[in-house]
Design a protein. Structure first.
Lengths: 267, 336
């Protein structure tokens, strides 16, 4: 455990070297937000309604800002492709030769990456949310806020182990980038990043809410907006934790199976 | 107790056979045909503590596959091995702390970071105590003469410098066994010599056991007293370096310097590999050397002469071609 904390520390100092890149990336990532705001303004004006599936115009913009925060925790750019590439190019060897667990190492590394990113992107984010403060109905109560933070941390773990599972596909297929492209594009939709899942007609909304992907973006954002409360909130967090555990176990299992294959066939 | 004990180690790969053309590719989707490749077909050997052993063979002979089995990366199809008292493919942590594998064609260091950062990471991975780590880094950077370079990003280093950093990283946890897969590949003669000197020095002071593959006979001559040769997955020689000459070196090279120009009929004694002006190189069968020399000395005025073994490269090339130990008669016939 101490080993991985140290790896976290070393990786953190490495990642902080890129803080200027992070700042710029954050600012650039919010430019499309302006068009999104304009788009939804047009949608609401055009529909003539104040509310769409329980979301007012202000709610909607707040939601779309909040899914950015969700994804800041749950997105893992390059993780799955990196694992698949390590398998294909034989760099997986180092995890087999050295006394180190691949997933724990990558988790420590990713964790450091995220902390560095969130620490440096925090300032531009704060500025942006201040500019957009009129879209929010004030700050949530402490218990809701605590639940929100917990759901973000679980979103990080869920996102991490989901991507690890995707990367493990590299044990069986040499080429995984097109598969990952499809998954990521779908994910943008099914996680609720594009718009709140409630906007979909009944059977689809229910179906997508039964899948684990909503916990990567939709769930934390709606928790912050106070749309999920009481026992629903507790149950939501429990299900999110359940999915996270399921993907942790799946990642382990896939790694064991993959290694058996790798060790039998070589790289 | 031997550091490495391999017994009938064998590895068979199943390779997908793609048929020619588009039709073949489509057919391959439904019915796959596989071919069995016997990469290693039962090799046995033992390596004792402190030895530096060269592991030779042409490309595809099974060297890397054997190294991969000994380091626990792949399972054998049959046979057994014990390395440092462990079964390598169990990949016990205690085992992994005690050896290192360095591949000349693969780098383990972080490309964009100074080597010292990668060293730091190794310190954490292997849980090396701080004072121990500081001392080892100081010693090794001294030994390899790279003290000033450890703070430069690895991508800015030359190939030779990078290889030195790779070796230092591999030695930080003070492994008892070092497996080296072509450690000097692509390096110039000077860098090669430095690496050889450092490895030899490290072996002398620390007694670390080394098994190395290389295509450079200079490496072998500089480092190894013992040589294991495999070809087509089988062991064809295991013994001292000098033994190769005895067993396979059926030819000798006679270098002659005549007082006048080279006599035209010299080729009747053997293979004339060089004959310009008064100088000639004559390759003859070893048993014939005294007779031929006597005749030449009697017939022609000679300024200078010497009898040598053919270069190791040539000898090894012949060993690769000839395969398993053959009776001297066979080799002699081929030499004629």
């Amino acid at each position: 455990m101490i080993k991985y904390l140290q790896i976290f520390r070393v990786s953190l100092s490495e990642r902080l070297a890129y803080r200027a890149d992070f700042m710029l990336a954050t600012v650039l990532r919010f430019l499309p937000m302006i068009t999104t705001i304009l788009l939804w303004q047009a949608v609401f004006t055009g529909s003539g309604q104040d509310e769409l599936s329980g979301f007012t115009y202000r709610n909607m913009i707040a939601y779309l800002l909040l899914v950015h925060i969700s994804r800041m925790f749950s997105s893992m750019p390059g993780l799955a492709t990196g694992i698949a590439r390590d398998i294909r190019d034989g760099n997986l060897k180092r995890y087999l030769l050295q006394p180190i667990d691949m997933q724990a190492y990558l988790l420590a590394y990713r964790g450091a990456h995220k902390v560095a990113y969130i620490a440096t992107a925090g300032l531009p984010y704060a500025g942006l949310f201040f500019l957009c403060r009129e879209f929010f109905d004030g700050f949530p109560e402490p218990p809701i806020l605590a639940a929100y933070v917990l759901s973000l941390l679980l979103a990080f773990l869920l996102g991490f182990f989901f991507e690890v599972c995707m990367g493990m596909v590299g044990f069986w297929f040499l080429e995984v980038t097109s598969l990952l492209y499809v998954v990521n594009t779908l994910n943008f939709f099914v996680s609720g990043q594009m718009f709140p899942l409630d906007l979909l007609p009944a059977p689809w909304a229910e179906l997508l809410k039964a899948l684990p992907f909503q916990y990567l973006a939709y769930f934390p954002a709606t928790v912050f907006l106070g749309k999920i409360e009481g026992w629903d909130l507790v149950r939501g967090l429990a299900v999110q934790a359940g999915w996270t555990l399921a993907f942790i176990l799946l990642a382990r299992w896939l790694y064991q199976r993959g290694l058996r294959r790798y060790s039998a066939f070589g790289s | 107790m031997p550091i490495i004990a391999a017994h009938n180690l064998a590895k068979t790969y199943r390779v997908f056979q793609k048929k020619e053309g588009l039709l073949g590719a489509v057919r391959g989707l439904f019915r796959r045909e596989y071919k069995e490749v016997h990469a290693v077909a039962g090799v046995s050997f033992q390596i004792e503590p402190g030895e530096i052993v060269a592991f030779l063979g042409p490309n595809g002979a099974g060297k890397t596959t054997t190294l991969k089995m000994l380091s626990g990366l792949i399972y054998p199809t049959s046979g057994s091995a014990e390395v440092l008292g462990f079964v390598p493919w169990d990949r016990a942590d205690a085992f992994r702390r005690r050896f290192a594998l360095v591949m000349g064609q693969k780098n383990q260091l972080w490309w964009d970071l100074p080597a010292v950062d990668s060293f730091q990471l190794h310190k954490e991975i292997y849980s090396i105590p701080s004072d121990n780590f500081q001392r080892t880094v100081a010693e090794l950077t001294e030994l390899f003469h790279v003290k000033d370079l450890i703070r430069q990003p690895v991508r800015e280093l030359s190939l030779g410098e990078r290889m030195k950093m790779e070796l230092i990283a591999a030695l930080l946890h003070q492994p008892e066994l070092l497996l080296l897969d072509e450690p000097t590949i692509g390096l110039d003669v000077v860098a090669q010599a430095t690496i050889q000197r450092c490895l030899l020095e490290y072996n002398r002071t620390r007694g670390v056991t080394m098994l190395l593959t290389s295509h450079y006979m200079r490496d072998v001559e500089a480092l190894c007293s013992r040589v294991i040769i495999i070809n087509h997955g089988r062991l064809i020689y295991d013994g001292p370096l000098s033994g190769i000459t005895e067993q396979f070196g059926q030819a000798k090279l006679i270098k002659l310097h005549f007082a006048e120009s080279v006599p035209p009929d010299l080729a009747r004694f053997g293979e004339l590999t060089n004959g310009r002006g008064p100088v000639a190189d004559l390759k003859v069968e070893r048993s014939q050397v005294p007779l031929i020399l006597a005749e030449i000395l009697e017939k022609y005025p000679i300024v200078d002469m010497s009898v040598q073994d053919p270069p190791l490269d040539q000898m090894i090339a012949r060993v690769f071609q000839e395969g398993p130990r053959q009776a001297p008669a066979d080799s002699a016939r081929e030499a004629q």
